[in-house]
Design a protein around this ligand. Sequence first.
Ligand code: ADP
Ligand code: MG
Length: 404
Amino acid sequence: MLVKTLDDLLAEDVSGRGVLVRSDLNVPLDDDGAITDPGRIIASVPTLKALSDAGAKVVVTAHLGRPKGGPDPKFSLKPVAAALSDELGRHVQLAGDVVGSDALARSEGLTDGDTLLLENIRFDPRETSKDDAERLALAKALVELVGDDGAFVSDGFGVVHRKQASVYDVATLLPHYAGTLVAAEVKVLEQLTSSTERPYAVVLGGSKVSDKLAVIEQLAQKADSLLIGGGMCFTFLASQGVSVGKSLVQPEMIETCAKLLDTYADVIHLPVDIVVADEFKADSPPETVTADRIPEDKMGLDIGPGSVKRFTTLLSNAKTIFWNGPMGVFEFPAFAAGTKGVAEAIVAATEKGAFSVVGGGDSAAAVRALDLPDDGFSHISTGGGASLEYLEGKTLPGLEVLES
Ligand code: ADP
Ligand code: MG
């Protein structure tokens, strides 16, 4: 990627200069509003710390959840500001609005090295507007907070596939730089797509085939083996004429899956056994059956031990591995063994020198929830949708705009 990076910006003197940073601080919250996984906050710290250390006046913009077109206290960045202060080791102020009078007053009051977090950017409906002029107007208001000699650092990798005001339009108005997180994520994805060492194994799971069809089609062409588990494996099994009981199936995708299996017969591997249960419940008693013997009244909630063994063999000699999507409903301990087993096989291959990348929000959450070592993988991506779209070969607006 031919873009200027944070190092280029730091090489200029940023002391006293306003720098707008788009970070991805979209962390999961529990019912009481407490952060359950601070991964994205932690990943955002290096860029913010470097700018603050260099004496910049740092204005951070980010989103949280999907507020419906206006301020909603449920989606306030308040808990994020507190957690970010802890991680940065210095106070982060939170503006009471996005680009309103409080944000403006606070940005004018910043002294060198200070950090100001703006309220949830999606409280302003112009952020995600399809109307170019509306987005540009919000981008201009953001630019006002850092002044005419300001700079923009794009560090929210999880949103670079979105053409939004704080991701795309601001970069058209200010000198722009890729932050350390965006630069690191892109480097890993470039390595996956251009200098792929073989054998290349891809593990795909998660809930729906339709979410991942484009990436399945792309990666089936590139990979030496494509291992499919999770909810999506049942549409593939159904396409082979196997009865899948009450398992998650997308009937409209059956024909597409049959074609994929036909075209990539040597590449695609399906589970040989399945852990089934009566209901989608944590305490529904599990039972393992062969993949072609799923009873009519049961649903598949995980891949079985025979499948884990087979997938482990296929992963053991891989030199490059990409994993997206849990193998089962890992949130229920009785149905987490498939995900854990496959993840352990990836960790083992990584220890033997494979380059392994985990993409996908739920997959990254599974790594942490199942107590797998974070450093057991070469890279855990912070952006599910963004990394999938990159691997599909799509142009990501938030990256493309940094190139010009
Ligand atoms: P990621 O965020 O890693 O891309 P997805 O969002 O596609 O992954 O899917 C994750 C979800 O898929 C998890 O919440 C998991 O419970 C669910 N899932 C996995 N296997 C099954 C299954 N057999 N039936 C229903 N849901 C499943
Ligand atoms: Mg997900």
